[in-house]
Design a protein around this ligand. Sequence first.
Ligand code: C2E
Ligand code: CA
Ligand code: CA
Ligand code: CA
Length: 278
Amino acid sequence: AKAAGRNTYAYYSAEMGEDGLRRLQIQTELRQAFENNELTLYYQPQFDVQSGHIVSAEALLRWEHPVAGAISPTEFIPAAEECGMIIPISRWVFSEACKQAVIWQRQGLGRIVIGVNCSGVHFKQGDLVADVKAALDQSGLDPALLELELTESMLIESSQRVTQIIDQLKALGVQLSIDDFGTGYSNLAYLKRFAVSKLKIDRSFVQGLHVTKDNDAIVRAIINLAHSFNLKVIAEGVESVEELRLLQQYQCDILQGFHFSRPLKPQQFIEFVEKHLN
Ligand code: C2E
Ligand code: CA
Ligand code: CA
Ligand code: CA
């Protein structure tokens, strides 16, 4: 490829297209960004509908590029998954999130569960269980305060390996939830097979709940399904008071969204909870 000289660019761009090039550039820069500590975690509060208290928070990765500005995780997470970087990044996320949750405890914010997103690549190819255990051991966090957000695609395959991973995670004492519920597969057998504790209704169903009849029907169906399995339901992406009212009426358990708060920096999160008088 070197011998191709100035044709190299043309070769790659024809082969991969603009998107491929951008992804390659993101992968290169992400490696540096990770080493330079440009990745940070923000925390978005989740509210218990009954008590109004902040009972949990989702940890969300942010990348502030010194020149390009903020790059969305919807762009850099898939890039990180493609090149395997997601595994070291996820290890850092787990350990950082657990440390933060211990700080909340020490600050007297109450028992706030920290939700962390898991990557399918980490689940399939990495040692997820060992990495979660290391984060718990290093931080000293009560495992019951860590919730791993899995996706349906990880659980759909009923292999021995999947069952084993889930069993080992449960044995650590962490909670499991299903993220983006309803967007993936229609086979719900895994709900019976695996002891998950929560379903998260995807934002695409929550938004416009009050104007789109289909979304309204889907949200009610998911809430009823979850409750019939004794699972709690979180709605993500709650942006309006109309959505909030309907979710309350349908007896959704936990709410998360810009209507309450955007994802916050660690210090902002602590101030937010203190002001909220949990
Ligand atoms: P997700 O897990 O479904 O996360 C929820 C997304 O919804 C977040 O986007 C959050 O900022 C956004 N959100 C929350 N409330 C609202 C709302 O009211 N309105 C709108 N419009 N958006 C809302 P974000 O932070 O951009 O993350 C996007 C995705 O990137 C996440 O989707 C998740 O799949 C992935 N991601 C983020 N952080 C991590 C991480 O640490 N590890 C892994 N593996 N994936 C991550
Ligand atoms: Ca999530
Ligand atoms: Ca989600
Ligand atoms: Ca989503």
